[in-house]
Design a binder for this molecule. Sequence first.
Ligand SMILES: [Cu+2]
Length: 476
Amino acid sequence: MFRRDFLRFSAISATALLATGCKPEEGFAFDGLMGSQSRESEERGALPIPPLAEYTKTEGKKSFDLEVRAAEKNFFGSKMTKTFGVNGDFLGPTIKVNRGDKVWFNVKNSLSEKTTIHWHGLHVDGKNDGGPHQVIPVGESWKTDFEIDQRACTAWYHPHQMDRTGYQVYMGIAGFFLIDDEESKNLPHEYGVDDIPLVIQDRRFSQDGEFRYISSMHDRMMGMAGDVFLVNGAIHPTFEPKNERVRLRVLNGSNSRIYTLGFDNKQEFDVVASDGGILERPTKMKKILVSPGERVEIVVKFSKNSALNLIDYMSETSLMKIETKDLATSKELPEKLAQPFSITPSKNEKLRVFDLSMGRGVALINNKQMSISRIDEEVEIGTSEIWRIRNNQSMMMRMAHPFHIHGCSFEILKREGRPIYAFEKGAKDTVLVASGEVVDVRVIFHKRADKENPYMYHCHNLEHEDLGMMGQFTVT
Ligand SMILES: [Cu+2]
């Protein structure tokens, strides 16, 4: 079995682990395990880098054509797997733009089912957001244009089709959306050379090589815990850096799995950016916790002629091998990377409370399942608010929920239960709320969303989202 060759599978899902109170910095009986395991692992080929999306310049706008389609891909052995992809067989190209760019997208749906493409992390009006209201019927195209009006960050895109998001993302629809500005030049920024996107996903395969999505309600509620890990769509690839310092833009593109990432040689790295942008200063860390939908950027300094592994502490698995030979020297990181992110509080900030809970076959916010015809909240544009997200722990179901808000960046103010880590500072759009925790965020919206095209807030465990842990709000 290809899996046993190099993967060690923990039967307890990472989501469940976190919910039981294990703290990411404590590690999980990991020491000494990884070394032997990774040596045995099979050679799987070089780390694929998603190609940059091509564009044409029309009337001062960068114009991108995306086609969402069904395909097949060879992940292992001689078997082919049925997949979905964007302009390719699995995942999609990286969209790379600058702050201030005017962009235009033509998204064609060549699937045999409805879909949408949501720009996760972008500050765009509700009608351009690609949520469940901007459905692209089979065979049709969605045209949307907007201005890039936010700081440099690692955002991404994925479907947001009502009840089908989990399935469509699992099949392979996801890609990076990178925004650059002057501050991003303080970090390594040569795409594919010293600026490397890494989307991490887990999958289960059936004996005949097909993806095995949800097979039970337990999967939906507790997380599916795939036993095969993909980095940029490849199983256990090898990355060969050419430069001493490399920026890794990590996206947890998994449906439900939470990772605690680090290196098997326990080396430190600099955390330099979170979801919505570059942090004021780099922070040295050895482990980072990344939940579904979250992004974190790190800069790693490699040594010549070395071999190490990018590992997940939670599943005790090597995700990617790293092998270095000669390395070009790169300049040190500046002490200050970017202007700090903070939201000036408005007078008499409104407090909104969101209670997340799980029931039999349902996932709820404020005791309600998502309804596409109901507006749950109405927010005033340009006014800051405190959103309090409470994960109501029940004895039956102790789950962690990564809570995502569309159309904005927020600041995490406090969390009862665990500290706010360096990789959660700065501008965020997704925050992990583990069982029993309460998180306060300060949020402000500068873009509009009317009741025909409202924004979403939801759990980014995509099965929870599809089970109803989502709500809609307007910004006017
Ligand atoms: Cu959830």
